[in-house]
Design a protein around this ligand. Structure first.
Ligand SMILES: [Zn+2]
Length: 288
């Protein structure tokens, strides 16, 4: 299995890190889209689940190593792993994310910045890990952790609809640097609020040497979700997602952005282009 894919964003060296796979219900992943339409793009297994990647992005920035999202981590029960079809074990008790980091020459201690797009378990679960004694520790002890202030608030005050996605051991012990809206956290690395999936979801725009790549996260989880209305049933504000997408697609198409897909099992990134009334990917880069 491919652990990592190295590419350039202008002068920045970047690595797509495969933090493992999971399976989620295909109906929930495609919201109101009928199954005969979505299953052509994402075939379902016998439990109606579709295969998804958990793909983090590592940037070799002059100010230090930056990691965007952290996958699931190692704190989940066997029952949880069965329900979600989790495959994220690495070698010798490590996680797939640690193995992916090692494959490009780094260890967790080397990471200086962790940016979480939001705090759902498949995006921030790897911020912490549980040691053999059962203690929860920081996975990246020397990193500054960044998330939107509203998202931390949303994650710590859950209700019956949102609680299943926010598991406190993933984030309760993390000393976050909190953002209020759009912010360039490092030169060329900009957090862009893209609400809808959750109210304070953010996507990350990376610019270097005239090139731009946007880590969309759950704004558009896979390339199959590119049509504006193909919005996940998981989104708490689907009509807000629609407008976040419309705004991002407009900029992406006008400025030639590449779009990075965190959950696509096959496609890492590609350039957005108009295709009739809709949008399509130009020059998609596949997982090796
Ligand atoms: Zn999410």
């Amino acid at each position: 299995m491919t652990r990592s894919t190295t590419f350039a964003i202008g002068r920045l060296k970047a690595h797509a890190l495969e933090a493992g796979r999971l399976r989620l219900d295909g109906g929930a992943m495609f919201g109101v889209v009928p199954k005969p339409l979505w299953e052509r793009r994402a075939p379902a297994d016998e439990r109606n689940r579709i295969r998804l990647a958990m793909r983090c992005l590592l940037l070799e920035h002059p100010d230090g190593l930056v990691l965007i999202d952290t996958g699931l981590g190692n704190k989940d029960s066997d029952k949880f792993k069965d329900i979600y079809g989790v495959e994220n074990a690495g070698a010798d008790g490590r996680t797939a994310l640690e193995d992916a980091l090692a494959s490009v020459g780094f260890s967790p201690e080397d990471v200086r910045w962790v940016i979480n797009t939001h705090l759902h378990f498949d995006h921030a679960g790897g911020d912490t890990w549980v040691d053999p004694s059962g203690a929860v520790r920081l996975t990246f002890p020397r990193a500054r952790h960044v998330v939107q202030r509203g998202e931390l608030e949303f994650a710590t005050h859950t209700n019956e609809r949102t609680a299943g996605s926010y598991l406190p051991p993933n984030f309760a012990s993390v000393d976050f640097t909190l953002l209020d809206g759009e912010r360039e956290v490092l030169p060329g690395i900009r957090c862009l609020p893209t609400p809808g999936h959750v109210p304070y979801h953010q996507s990350i725009l990376i610019e270097s040497g005239g090139e731009r790549l946007c880590y969309l996260a759950d704004l558009v989880p896979t390339s199959a979700h590119l049509p504006l209305a193909w919005i996940m049933g998981y989104d708490v504000q689907p009509l807000v997602t629609l407008e976040s997408r419309r705004a991002i697609y407009g900029r992406a198409e006008a400025e030639g952005w590449r779009l990075f897909f965190e959950h696509d099992p096959a496609v890492i990134e590609g350039r957005l282009a108009k295709d009739g009334k809709g949008f399509a990917l130009v020059a998609p880069v596949a997982v090796g």
